[in-house]
Design a protein around this ligand. Structure first.
Ligand code: SF4
Length: 490
């Protein structure tokens, strides 16, 4: 549903492009600069908007996956951790969606949940599962809210029984309004969920029909109001800008409606025209015309300014909250490199293994997943090894996600040559972006402007690419002996 939030997307990241650092094509670094003197929202960067930032992963040969996974399961989890539970079914495919996997049938729910519960139960005492407290759990999809009230309740209770949850653990159930109801919401809250994240995309009746959303505006608003009246947990929604036939007035009405409803949190996402989606095909044949890339920044700016005017707090470049009930923990922790336990068919996670961190994904076919569970076999189907410099990249991603990068957090990290100072290495790029109006500098901080927040994903990708090349160069250069006083460089 939400590509930035999902365990499912985490391995799709890895399948798309730039795997290990050694495999990254070198680029002319000038290409990573922004255009100066332009409208920063419209023209700071040209070319297509990347779907995900570079993550620095290298493939693991398939024949090694089983043995490495066995070692990973025996390794006590020690880092800040989250868990992702995937429900890979949808009633229909939304026009813009690149994450649709399996058609929902009511008969699938109970057997799939049985398998999920068994996956959680069977490893309850393995060190990888029973280690450090889990601070956030995300039921994503697909559409977890399609599960019956009983199945939602069973699987949430299993998570609480078999995972070492922190007392203040955020437990999110993602979904959509169609197929959800107040009884299911009550069952989820009763079982221990404390956050609902619903894909609304737009409140506009005509646009909703075009997108394949099945609930009309009036029913949608009435349902959201009823969820908020329950007063049992955070209720957050996503809205998308750049949709076909969505002009500025429709967009501002969408954002204004979310504010007026008093949602606990709202994500404002740019439409991403993903390959092989119905929307991409409709755009290719001229049947539908999404907003041009250079117009998207104006939508973001309008939405963000409405949020600011209403005094909502920006928790990230794309997420705002109206009060303190909403925390957005899962998304923020995943992007800062937390370990992630993955449950369900097609789920992806990250754990430490024999020689560093690995991203892993479970087999995607629900029938095969259930067979593996029934036979007591592992469900992990693939591994990617994180670059040794992943801690550095994760600090960059975490800071950029928050909109303020603390350059002091980038020094003295593992796998960087002793004389490599990322602050110095990044200086020319950050200075140029400051001239282009994308950030300001305040001592050790690089603070994104509103235009910088719009370009955050692109800028993060460029920062990682710049750092990756700088590290390659530093590793290729003979090093001076390490200083006896490492702090003099700070
Ligand atoms: S509900 Fe729609 S947007 Fe969400 S995963 Fe399914 S097809 Fe995609």
């Amino acid at each position: 549903m939400k590509d930035q939030a999902q365990g499912i997307a985490r391995m799709q990241d890895t399948n798309q492009a730039t795997h290990g650092r050694s495999q990254v094509e070198r680029v002319d670094l000038a290409r990573l600069f922004a255009n100066e003197g332009a409208d920063a929202f419209a023209d700071a960067f040209s070319g297509s908007h990347p779907v995900h930032p570079f993550v620095g992963l290298g493939p693991v040969p398939q024949e090694s996956v089983g043995a490495i996974w066995q070692e990973m399961m025996d390794r006590p989890r020690q880092q800040t951790s989250v868990a992702y539970v995937h429900v890979p079914y949808c009633v229909n495919r939304c026009l813009f969606c690149g994450f649709y996997q399996n058609a929902w049938r009511d008969s699938e729910g109970p057997v799939y949940v049985d398998a999920l519960i068994e996956q959680l139960r069977r490893d309850r005492d393995r060190p990888y599962q029973s280690g450090a407290p889990v601070r956030a759990v995300y039921f994503g999809g697909g559409t977890p809210t399609l599960l019956s009230a009983r199945d939602l309740s069973r699987v949430i209770e299993a998570v609480r029984t078999y995972l070492p949850l922190a007392p203040d653990c955020e437990i999110t159930v993602e979904g959509r309004v169609h197929g959800f109801d107040l009884d299911k919401a009550a069952a989820a809250f009763d079982a221990g969920a404390n956050r609902l994240s619903l894909g609304v995309q737009t409140f506009d009746e005509d646009l909703r029909r075009r997108l394949g959303r099945k609930t009309d505006r009036r029913a949608l608003i009435a349902f959201l109001e009823a969820l908020l009246r329950m007063d049992r947990g955070a209720v957050v929604i996503d809205l998308i800008f750049g949709l076909p036939a969505q002009d500025a007035a429709v967009w501002e009405t969408d954002v204004g409606t979310a504010i007026a409803l008093g949602m606990d949190g709202v994500d404002l996402y740019s439409l991403k025209l993903m390959r092989d989606t119905p929307l991409a095909h409709a755009a290719e044949t001229g049947k539908l015309t999404p907003a041009p890339a250079e117009a998207l920044g104006a939508y973001y700016r309008a939405g963000a300014e409405l949020m600011q005017a209403a005094r909502w707090e920006a928790l990230s470049a794309s997420h705002w909250r109206s009060g303190t009930r909403e925390r957005n923990l899962y998304n923020l922790l995943v992007k800062s490199g937390a370990d992630c336990l993955a449950y369900g068919a097609g789920a992806g996670g990250t754990l430490h293994g024999p020689d560093g961190a690995y991203a892993y994904r479970n087999t995607a076919d629900p029938a095969h997943y259930r067979e593996c569970i029934a036979r007591g076999e592992p469900v992990v189907a693939g591994l990617m090894r994180q670059a040794p410099q992943a801690p550095l990249y994760n600090r960059v991603k975490a800071g950029m996600e928050l909109g303020h990068l603390d350059l002091r957090t980038l020094v003295d990290l593992p796998a960087c040559p002793p004389d490599f100072d990322p602050r110095r290495a990044l200086g020319p790029l950050l200075d140029q972006w400051q001239r282009a109006g994308l950030l300001t500098r305040d001592g050790p901080w690089a603070d994104l402007t509103l235009a910088g927040r719009f370009w955050q994903v692109r800028m993060t990708q460029n920062l990682l690419r710049w750092l990756s090349q700088a590290l390659d160069d530093a590793n290729a250069t003979p090093q001076a002996p390490p200083s006896t006083d490492r702090h003099h460089r700070q």
